[in-house]
Design a protein around this ligand. Structure first.
Ligand SMILES: Nc1ncnc2c1ncn2[C@@H]1O[C@H](COP(=O)(O)OP(=O)(O)O)[C@@H](O)[C@H]1O
Ligand SMILES: [Mg+2]
Length: 328
């Protein structure tokens, strides 16, 4: 096995572009290469005061490396190498990994919304990435715009595998709840919120999260409207369909506490999309986008289309075509 290379012998750190749960992301320049060949590095954060396990690598870091090592695809961020910051490494923060650099994440890209051509590119790329990941039996568990990168090749790529897990094709038991941001969290995860126990879910959770991510990219204001689990239920009830149709809802903690959906606050999905999408030529893109999202945003996990099925969706065959590249 090759020895891990010492970071400072081969790279120069440039700017910090992201600060996350366990690590910091910075752009790095390979020594002797032009700035056009910048890469990115995720380095474990220094341990917090009182942490008495200096040598223990964070589990998300190990998970992330396992997935990156195995899952190679143009729509999944590419791992270059694992590096050490000090030789010999003395603590967890002496480890990092170098990966391809992206221009920005999809949350930044979609700051003011996206048009149908861009949405098509993002959806196609993320579905291709997910189909590959799911084919390997890996569920991402944190699909959201901040974890979808716009690569320098103009493609959208999934990143951040800190929560990823290996599962059986449709379900996995003993998964911890509370994963994923509220807006993009699958209903089967949401209904167990606060239970503290473990739940059963699998690959379809990623399709829900992708559906919500795409919706949020078209209508960014949604993020500010969803602030609590109950707020999410109300949004889903109004926009997707009666929340009573969601398995496990009656047993969910808010329902047991007496929460019930109130009068309509949010518009139905079709109206919400129409309010944000411009008509292009004679054909409205709204029906096509709604059709695609409806394939993902189904309350019962088993009813959701798979990533491979969604890649064949009619939406991708109709005009307008996906943009060739998301960056120019
Ligand atoms: N390869 C990369 N190139 C450019 N920016 C990146 C890259 N990887 C991550 N980022 C930025 O850093 C943020 C945090 O990275 P991420 O891997 O999602 O870590 P965390 O687990 O802390 O969320 C991302 O949302 C994105 O904005
Ligand atoms: Mg992230």
């Amino acid at each position: 096995m090759n020895r891990m290379r010492l970071f400072h012998d081969h790279y120069r750190a440039v700017t910090v572009v992201g600060n996350g749960a366990y690590g910091q992301i910075r752009l790095v320049q390979p020594i002797g290469k032009p700035v056009t060949e910048l890469l990115a590095m995720k380095q474990i954060n220094p341990k917090k005061d009182g942490d008495s396990r200096p040598y223990q690598l964070p589990i998300p870091f190990i998970r992330e490396l396992l997935v990156l090592h195995q899952a190679r695809h143009p729509c999944l961020v590419r791992l270059e190498e694992v590096v050490i910051i000090n030789d010999p490494p003395r603590s967890a923060e002496d480890f990092g990994f170098v990966m391809e650099r992206a221009s920005m994440d999809a949350a930044t890209f979609a700051g003011g919304g996206v048009d149908v051509n861009e949405l098509k590119r993002v959806a196609l790329d993320c579905l291709s990435g997910l189909a590959h990941l799911h084919g390997l039996g890996i569920v991402h568990r944190d699909v959201k715009p901040a974890n979808m990168l716009i690569g320098t090749d103009g493609r959208c790529k999934l990143c951040d595998y800190g929560l990823a897990r290996f599962v059986t094709p449709h379900d996995a038991n003993n998964m911890s709840p509370n994963v994923c941001t509220l807006t993009t969290r699958a209903p089967e995860v949401l209904v167990t919120e606060e239970d503290g126990g473990t739940i059963s879910y699998g690959l379809p959770a990623d399709l829900w999260s992708l559906g919500m991510s795409l919706l949020v990219m078209v209508v960014p204001a949604i993020v500010d409207q969803i602030r609590s689990v109950e707020g999410t239920y109300q949004f889903l009830h109004d926009t997707i369909g009666p929340i009573e149709g969601c398995p496990g809802m009656m047993e969910s903690p808010p329902y047991k506490r007496g929460w019930r959906p109130g009068p309509r606050v949010h518009p139905p999905l079709r109206e919400l999309l129409a309010s944000a999408m411009e008509e292009e030529g004679e054909v409205s893109p709204v029906a096509g986008v709604e059709g695609l999202l409806r394939g993902m945003l189904r309350y019962t996990p088993g009813d959701r289309l798979t990533a491979a099925e969604l890649l064949e969706h009619g939406f991708f065959k109709e005009d307008p075509p996906a943009v060739d590249t998301l960056v120019y």
